[in-house]
Design a protein around this ligand. Structure first.
Ligand SMILES: [Zn+2]
Length: 442
């Protein structure tokens, strides 16, 4: 479909045209509503996922119309299509707010190298890492990138994900970054999922710009003065993101790029404090970024800055697991300080090639020590907030987009429990089927 903006008249009209007939979802053991304020849930607010038993859900015009007693809804919406949930769990579709889903070949070779003790920098020195994906993407046609991403995004959808943020960042030239964003736009028109594009021209300093400080500076200036204006003029991205990390982009470079992006009308994200503390979280908060992502090495000052700001802390525990790290982001400290946490896959070819968001919930509970409700809120309401969409998606409550997923479990706690398993049997975006398996619809 298209990039979702907060509700407006045009969206209402389009959604009304999509679904003239109402749909009732009946017979779920639990409806995980996540109902509450249409904004990021912070601290203790994350402890309640709004689980209701014995209720049905009415969808009309692509939106949630009502949640309540089945017989009442049947009288209110006579002739509605009925989806029999069959004693399973109905939840908001997952919002995967951090992926790098446009890439060429998988980098399976690097996993064994890491196991053998070859570290990230040495892999990069051998021509692997992000630079390998950059070389690969530059050689592929738009059609090839589109076809690869289409299959991969359908895999994300198969786990119940209905909204996916996708970053550019494997092009690192004006032409290759713009065509990556154009591929995302084309995917959004092809797939029923909701896609949110992010410009990440500052993913890495490309090899051709690393020889001298002057060449590096020219790359940063090119991002600000050539690439960004083209991205903004084409309306190709909702967010700008920078990999702010010691050894990648400095705090000053990050501030320069994101300040320009904000002035150009883009919302902001940062890859911050992933492996080493560098002040990224504090910078994200001071710039009013929508999210600061990774935070594996965030400091106490960074935690305080995020807790005192509107910036969502997006945690990516799958990445730390896949890299074989023993540490994880300090989720409990962030929640106890009053920050808002989101969970995402970081789906990418180098450090987190999983399409499985429920598996990330498992890691949220077992590695980050979140409750199930906190993990669910982190992947719905707070994922939506991390995309500036908390007013439109992430809740099963009247007025929200009917982005839903049905799971073959009787209790929401089984979602992180059956870890790695695919329990999603169907999903819907704006009330229309997105991913469907063995579901009986009458
Ligand atoms: Zn990332």
């Amino acid at each position: 479909m298209t990039i979702e903006e907060p509700r407006d008249a045009a969206t209402d009209e389009r959604d009304d045209a999509i679904t003239a007939r109402a749909t009732l979802f009946v017979g779920a053991t639990q409806v995980v509503t996540c109902e509450g304020p249409a904004r990021a849930r912070r601290g203790g607010e994350m402890a309640d996922a709004g689980i209701r038993r014995g209720v049905s859900v009415a969808v009309a015009g692509g939106r949630i119309a009502a949640v309540g007693d089945q017989s009442v809804l049947e009288r209110t919406y006579p002739g509605a299509e009925v989806v029999e949930c069959g004693g399973r769990v109905l939840a908001p579709g997952w919002v995967d707010s951090h992926t790098h889903a446009i890439f060429g070949r998988p980098r399976a070779d690097e996993q064994e190298l890491r196991a053998a003790g070859v570290d990230y920098l040495e892999i990069a020195r051998r021509g692997g890492g992000i630079h390998a994906s950059v070389r690969d993407l530059r050689e592929r046609s738009d059609d090839a990138l589109h076809a690869l991403a289409l299959g991969r995004l359908r895999r994300l959808a198969a786990y119940g994900t209905t909204t996916v943020e996708i970053k550019s960042g494997y092009g690192l030239t004006v032409e290759d970054e713009l065509r990556t964003l154009a591929v995302i736009r084309r995917l959004a028109a092809t797939l029923p999922m909701r896609l949110v594009p992010t410009w990440l021209g500052a993913h890495e300093i490309p090899l051709e710009a690393r020889a001298t400080p002057a060449a590096r500076n020219r790359y940063v200036q090119m991002l600000v003065h050539e690439m960004l204006p083209r991205v903004a003029a084409g309306g190709l991205a909702r967010f700008a993101d920078v990999f702010c990390e010691p050894g990648v982009f400095t705090l000053d470079e990050t501030r320069t790029i994101l300040t320009a992006a904000r002035a150009a009308g883009l919302l902001l994200k940062l890859h911050a404090d992933e492996l080493a503390p560098g002040g990224g979280a504090e910078l994200a908060a001071s710039l009013g970024a929508t999210s600061a992502d990774h935070l594996g090495a965030v400091t106490a000052a960074g935690i305080a800055a995020l807790a005192g700001s509107g910036t969502v802390a997006t945690l990516l525990p799958g990445t730390m697991l896949f890299l074989g790290r023993r540490t994880q982001a300090p989720a409990r400290e962030l929640i106890e300080a009053g920050a808002a946490i989101a969970l995402a896959t970081d789906f990418n070819p180098g450090t987190s090639p999983t399409p499985n968001l429920p598996l990330v919930l498992t890691l949220g509970v077992s590695q980050l020590r979140l409750s199930v409700a906190e993990a669910v809120i982190a992947a719905t309401v707070n994922g939506a907030a991390a995309l500036g969409l908390a007013e439109a998606i992430g809740q099963i409550a009247p007025g929200f987009s009917a982005d839903l997923a049905l799971y073959d479990v009787e209790d929401v706690r089984e979602l992180p429990y059956w870890y790695g398993d695919r329990r999603c049997v169907g999903s819907w975006v704006r009330g229309k089927p997105c991913s469907q398996f063995d579901l009986a619809i009458t």
